[in-house]
Design a protein around this ligand. Structure first.
Ligand code: MV4
Length: 430
């Protein structure tokens, strides 16, 4: 397969532009004038003779209208169809599909309109509860409500925020699971009725809903719960007649040892390499097979867990200044090569990290026979990971990986902000 990289002016001379068979410039550096312009991307694909567009994991990857535009232009969109994107993009519809498929959902109420409606529902499910935006996802526009008196203000501000951010102020509420882990199941489904899961990833190490470290398998799940969660994800994918790669996100209640469906992401995710490491399955290759109408290259019995994998996201940010972005020219780029280490990056010495985009500059994935070995390999890789010219999250990640709570595999979603940052003397705010 030949590849064409669609790049903005800022990325014209970048490593991915050179790695692709061809690169085509789709506009000026600001994303709104390049990567976020559906018509321009489709025209560039057609103009270079492409058959398909892989949308990646940012920008337009979960825009139903972009999928439709591709299809109408005779291009294959490497992902699910527009109806599936739309259905899962509406978190209330997604919950309805999950419930109908017999997947556990968090006690709550949707949608929620007036304050009295919220208060009645909150009395039933109990405090604390969580207000979420139907058009949100990924944690944007959420409000924890700890007592009835906070309800009115929380509802009003959540609605205003949702309306401003998504153009849709529809809200719903759930019981807030306080001691929670974020666990998600990778699925792949082809056009021939094969729906397989690739087990789970644990993404509990987050700060402000930005994932920092992910791993597979989850250190917190028993084999029984792992299997139940995977079956739940398959049931949802089947009920949604889902095709291509997707991730079914759950919240795992550590105290009750129960899991609940949260939402489904209809794209390949940043953290997919940990799943590739422990299953040996190339997820992007399977996405391309599926999009081409071919069957999956494996069946469910072929999917077995091999060891443990951890991913650290390396961002051009200064964790000691509240994760302040640090764009600029990379003057040193020494990436260790070692057994059980994969580094995905678009960076090299001399590259200018643009101020326009996400600050992630690399992903380090370690793989070992055990979690201990994966941690040891990650630790040794981070110890010799040398970047100059921009601040990075490497020093922060070294401390996170070495923290006893992480080593014990015991952290919950609030760990970074409630414990880790003060333990290591980093600043929680910019
Ligand atoms: C929750 C939750 C606990 N209880 N819902 C965050 C991302 C989005 N997909 C949904 N998220 C959560 N939903 C209920 N009912 C915990 C999270 C959550 C989280 C919450 C606060 C701070 C950090 C978090 C990290 C991951 C998940």
């Amino acid at each position: 397969m030949e590849s064409v990289a669609a790049v903005s002016a800022a990325d014209r001379d970048s490593l991915p532009a050179r790695l692709a068979d061809r690169a085509v410039c789709i506009g000026p550096a600001p994303a709104g004038q390049s990567y976020l312009r559906p018509e321009v991307l489709v025209a560039a694909a057609r103009g270079t003779g492409c058959d398909a567009i892989h949308p990646g994991y940012g920008f337009l990857s979960e825009r139903a209208a972009f999928q439709r535009l591709c299809t109408d232009a005779g291009l294959t969109f490497v992902g699910p169809d527009a109806d599936a994107i739309e259905q899962m993009g509406d978190k209330i519809r997604a919950i309805a599909v999950a419930r109908k498929a017999g997947v556990p959902v968090v006690p709550g109420k949707n949608p929620i309109g007036a304050v009295d409606e919220f208060l009645t529902a909150a009395d039933q499910v109990g405090y604390p509860c969580l207000i979420k935006a139907a058009a949100g996802g990924g944690g944007r526009g959420m409000r924890v409500v700890r007592r009835a008196g906070e309800g009115a203000v929380a509802l009003q501000s959540a609605q205003a925020e949702a309306k401003a951010a998504f153009g849709d102020g529809t809200l719903y509420m759930e019981k807030y699971i306080e001691r929670a882990r974020h666990v998600e199941i990778q699925i792949l489904a082809d056009a021939h009725g094969n729906v397989c899961h690739l087990f789970e990833r644990d993404c509990s190490v987050q700060r402000r809903h930005q994932k920092l470290i992910e791993e597979a398998p989850s250190p917190s799940l028993s084999p029984r719960l792992r299997s139940e969660m995977a079956q739940a994800a398959l049931a949802l994918a089947r009920a949604a007649r889902y095709r291509n790669a997707g991730t079914v996100e759950f919240v795992y209640d550590v105290e009750a040892e129960r899991f609940y469906f949260l939402e489904m992401n209809t794209r390949v995710q940043v953290e997919h390499p940990v799943t590739e490491a422990v299953t040996g399955i190339d997820i992007v290759q399977e996405q391309l097979r599926i999009a081409a109408g071919e069957p999956l290259s494996f069946g469910q019995p072929d999917v077995r867990l091999d060891g443990h994998a951890i991913e650290c996201r390396i961002n051009a940010e200064d964790a000691w200044k509240g994760f302040l972005p640090s764009p600029g020219t990379i003057t040193q780029w020494d990436v260790p090569r070692a057994e059980g280490i994969r580094v995905d990056t678009h960076c090299e010495r001399g590259y200018r990290v643009p101020p326009f985009y996400d600050s992630m500059i690399a992903k380090v994935i370690s793989h070992g026979r055990t979690r201990e070995e994966a941690i040891a390999r990650m630790r040794s890789c981070l110890a010799s990971f040398g970047v100059g010219g921009v601040a990075t999250t490497v020093p922060f990640l070294r401390k996170a990986i070495a923290h006893p709570r992480f080593e014990q595999g015991e952290v919950t979603t609030t760990w970074v902000e409630r414990e880790l940052l003060s333990d290591i003397g980093a600043q929680a705010n910019g």
